[in-house]
Design a protein. Structure first.
Length: 436
């Protein structure tokens, strides 16, 4: 067994350490025969904020961040990503792809994204040596298609523009594909239950289902894009059942829908995902956004624990992939056109050309470095109910256990797998990955 440890107030950051052989420790037993969902991988969002920040780096810093995130051997091995369709809050300005009131879509032009987003994506894929499977998400339709005539402050898609807007989303996908982007997923709408002071649009569950049934689903099929996995909700866990179930009950809409996307804000009700999976076992779940709000917080250990707690909670409840929010932000936690500054696993100081790798980066690494795309979550039992744990089986047959200790006390356990047993003790506020 190999163990990698990160622990607060120590020198350990994803450091290989020996199992200590603690005797009489509570046992964790892996059950490689009981399998659950197949995992798609991990990733982050190629927002304009991240891409613009990346473009300002020195070549050396760019190489460091590309390797850190996308190198499959030496980095986090990210295989998933997210892009916004037109502007979101993490952009320098609001923008759209159409000239004003162009329902013909003849003026459609995504060259704005050629300045930073697509070059960042291309560099990431070159580092990975393979395509990155992207989720494309709109924050707002063009203003003339909305009842409030504003990209911000919610508003709703006008029914008379629903078919035009479906073609708008398809046009984006085709233009992105021309630029080499691998669009594997499409959300109907980012946070359709939130009226924001930035780019946003409101849908009731019934409106979301009807848009899929009558417009977006048929349009994707007609355009030969039926293989793109369509996601609804793309919002917080607290309303997951309330919003997803009515859409899934709409059989004509449901036939086009691959699954639900979830965010971590407001709620850590991870069991909601299991309840939805139990009700609709043919549908899928993908985590698509989580970041620490309130601006940069370099070195904050609790933020790392938050990432790990959410990854364990989500993957342990049928979520199949995990995409965090901005890959990198500047020293202000932006850029952001409404001042909605946040933190990121990596921060870049544009004044000093300095990268800061936060504890959250290393906590994510305890999962993404060792759990490979195609891995399967497996069952395990534990006599230590203080630790939060996740177990998987990789495509090569190896087992991975991730154990999180958020307490102020050391926590011991003994891992039993494949007829072998070894023990160890986790320091306070630490995380360990054990490879069997």
């Amino acid at each position: 067994m190999k163990m990698y440890l990160s622990a607060q107030n120590t020198e350990f950051l994803e450091t290989e350490v020996p199992m200590t052989g603690a005797s009489g420790a509570p046992q964790i037993r892996l059950d490689g025969e009981t399998e659950y969902q197949t995992l798609l991988g991990f990733g982050g969002a190629f927002t304009e904020a991240a891409a613009v920040t990346f473009a300002k780096m020195s070549e050396d810093s760019q190489k460091k961040i590309l390797s850190a995130y996308f190198d499959p051997k030496n980095g986090l091995g990210y295989s998933l990503g997210r892009v916004h369709i037109a502007s979101c809050d993490f952009c320098e300005t609001m923008y759209d792809y159409l000239l004003k009131d162009d329902a013909s879509l003849e003026s459609f032009d995504i060259s704005h994204d050629d300045e930073a987003i697509f070059p960042f994506l291309k560099a990431a894929e070159e580092t990975r040596g393979a395509a990155i499977n992207l989720l494309a998400t709109p924050w707002s339709p063009p203003t003339f298609m909305k009842d409030n005539k504003d990209r911000k402050h919610g508003g709703r898609l006008l029914p008379e523009y629903a078919s035009v807007y479906a073609r708008y989303l398809i046009t984006y996908i085709k233009e992105a594909q021309k630029r080499g982007a691998s669009i594997a997923f499409l959300s109907v709408q980012n946070e359709p239950d939130a009226k924001q002071t930035w780019d946003s649009c409101l849908y009731t569950p019934e409106e979301e289902g009807d848009f899929v049934k009558n417009h977006l689903g048929p349009a994707l099929a007609k355009a030969g894009l039926g293989g793109i996995k369509l996601l609804i909700h793309d919002h917080n866990r607290d309303n997951l059942l309330k919003r997803a179930l009515p859409v899934y009950r709409n059989a004509e809409a449901s036939k086009y829908i691959w699954g639900c996307a979830v965010h971590w804000y407001v709620s850590e009700d991870f069991a909601a995902s299991s309840k939805l999976r139990e009700a609709y076992p043919d549908k899928h779940l993908l985590f698509t956004e989580g970041c620490v709000e309130g601006g940069p917080a370099p070195g904050n250990w609790a933020n790392g624990e938050r990432y790990a707690r959410n990854i364990i909670g989500d993957l342990g409840n049928w979520v199949e992939g995990w995409i965090e929010w901005n890959l990198v932000l500047n020293e202000r936690g932006g850029p952001n056109h409404v001042g909605n500054y946040c933190c990121a696993p990596i921060l870049y100081d544009t004044r000093t050309d300095t990268l800061t790798f936060n504890p959250s980066f290393h906590y994510i690494g305890h999962f993404s470095r060792h759990i490979k795309p195609g891995a399967v979550r497996i069952a395990h039992s534990s006599d230590n109910d203080t630790l939060k744990t996740l177990s998987v089986k990789n495509p090569d047959g190896s087992f991975v256990l991730v154990a999180l200790n958020e307490t102020d006390e050391a926590q011991s356990f003994s891992l039993y797998a494949n007829g072998r047993e070894e023990g160890t003790a986790l320091p306070p506020h630490s995380i360990a990955t054990v490879i069997v």
